[in-house]
Design a binder for this molecule. Sequence first.
Ligand SMILES: NC(=O)c1ccc[n+]([C@@H]2O[C@H](COP(=O)([O-])OP(=O)(O)OC[C@H]3O[C@@H](n4cnc5c(N)ncnc54)[C@H](O)[C@@H]3O)[C@@H](O)[C@H]2O)c1
Length: 409
Amino acid sequence: MSEKIRMGLVGCGKFARNFVSLFKAHPEVESVAVCDLIPERSAEYAAKFDVPVMESFEEMLKSDKINAIAIFIQRHLHGPLVIEALKAGKAVYSAVPCASHVEEIYEIEELVRKNRLCYSMGETGYYRACTIFCREKMRTGEMGDFVYGEAQYNHDQRHFHFENNQVAGIPPMLYPTHSTSMILGALDGVYVKTVAALGFEEKKLPHIFGREGQNLWNNPFSNTAMLCSLSNGGVARISENRRVAWSGPNSYISQFYGSDGAYEFSVTHHYFAHWDKDDPQKLHLDEITEQIIPKGQFEALSDPNLPQRVCNGEWFRHSSPIHNIGRIPEEYRDWPNGHDGTHHFMVDDFCRAFATGKLSPTNIWTAARFNIPGLIANQSALKGGIQLDVPDLGDPPADWEVLRLDGNR
Ligand SMILES: NC(=O)c1ccc[n+]([C@@H]2O[C@H](COP(=O)([O-])OP(=O)(O)OC[C@H]3O[C@@H](n4cnc5c(N)ncnc54)[C@H](O)[C@@H]3O)[C@@H](O)[C@H]2O)c1
């Protein structure tokens, strides 16, 4: 029998509390232990989730009771811990982003490739209903050639609960994967070749954003947009906004245009346009909302208060009809599923990758393609929007199969 996962979860903060029970209940997981630099936090997790506490990340690395590490520490700190965990021979599940420095991502890739280690970045955007829809339409060829796409992650700073303003002012493009993953996640094997980005210099939160020591990065930008040229000849506009008045939902593809088919979305309504197969003059425009939004939300479409209910996140923990619920372990199939029905897939793909020796769809090569464009975009924005080349780590090794269980077929 193959080895089961013995997970060491690092970082008992706000986000990881959504994942302990998922890891514990997964059939490929034998045990879960936790640690945090702040002992009260790990003690709270121990009481709440009935898991043992280990002294530290370092103790987890030394222990043969742990064969996998889940990183849930603050967003700018992932790279070094992922590298240490891989060097210790552990499998790694990492919350987004992958890392803050291009060099760290290269090192992670090298460790994974040379030692054939399991790494998966838990990126919600890859599993969002809009991404799955566009991915399926690209794979069937119904969209033709990809031409242009727009995606954004709007998360206003006032919804964050950073304990430290020095960290709160992180450049938005150091956390780019929610939006890049929705466009690139719909396009198999496509990567960003160049970026040019512009930042919005924040005026109303000078204690968080600014060029003079307000934060660890001397970062003045609360919002940044990048224009990307893609390896398939297409163009993408990606925005990471931390100070804008919009949420409905906050991560979404607004446009995804192909030569033969195109997708558009706003708030609750999703559309798919496509040319008639027999009449080249006729364009069909179908409303595909029922395929995308949760059943309960669809039933409420005539409610004039629906946009507000969406904005309030009423269906935040609901899956879409396009989600392949049948692939999720029985153990948590009826549980609420955070970030618009994506959490279960992120955990399941990591666990299946570990168990099968295949690659998670959000493996290090994919994660690098989602992450590096943002790191370069931040440099571009700091230089006034000059166009810069984006390094690419290439495709996964040809002899390492990628799991493909998303979609509803
Ligand atoms: N949609 C998403 O995918 C999504 C949403 C929210 C958060 N996240 C990610 O989840 C991660 C955690 O976010 P959060 O809001 O829970 O942060 P948080 O600040 O609430 O928690 C982080 C915890 O990590 C602990 N920690 C830091 N370094 C450590 C170390 N070396 N050893 C042990 N513990 C350590 C801290 O003490 C803290 O308790 C972030 O990387 C964030 O990007 C992802």
